[in-house]
Design a protein. Structure first.
Length: 164
């Protein structure tokens, strides 16, 4: 006649086996260099992990790409569902972003340098907001400029004519 094990018996057996297994394992003997290497790896993994609910985009994993002559972009975040993105935009002297109309709001914050939107000059620290439907004359720079841009994605299509 076989006896069926109860849940309590199974739990007790599992605990006893774990304790026996744990007591039978000898700790690994690590030298000073191995211990230090392991310590650095653990600390680096903890340091590299972004806080819960956040994302960190490392610069070395997201290179600048040339989107036009004298203009580079580093995309920081893309929300395809909303049709928006956040990017750093670097324009060298002589760079030109053609005139265009905005379908969505754009935030354009000058971090370094100067640029013009048509005849309107922007300097480091200035923030420029273009509302949906607004017209942007060509963006140019004589000195070079670094901008934080949050706007529509894909980028607005350059317009061939002036605003109506």
């Amino acid at each position: 006649m076989s006896r069926r094990r109860s849940a309590d018996d199974s739990e007790l057996l599992s605990r006893v086996l774990q304790e026996k297994l744990a007591s039978a394992i000898k700790p690994a003997e690590l030298g000073t260099a191995q211990r230090e290497h392991l310590r650095r790896r653990v600390l680096q993994a903890a340091h590299d992990r972004a806080p819960e609910g956040t994302t960190t985009l490392r610069a070395e994993k997201n290179p600048w790409i040339e989107i036009a002559p004298f203009i580079q972009m580093r995309e920081l975040h893309r929300d395809t569902a909303a049709g928006m993105h956040t990017a750093l935009l670097k324009m060298l002297p002589g760079g030109v972003i053609p005139a265009h109309r905005h379908e969505k709001q754009e935030e354009f914050i000058v971090l370094e340098g100067e640029c013009n939107i048509g005849s309107h000059q922007l300097r480091a620290g200035d923030a420029h907001v273009a509302t949906p439907g607004s017209w942007h004359d060509a963006v140019t720079t004589m000195t070079g400029v670094l901008v934080l841009l949050r706007g529509e994605y894909p980028h607005p299509v350059p317009a061939q004519d002036a605003p109506a």
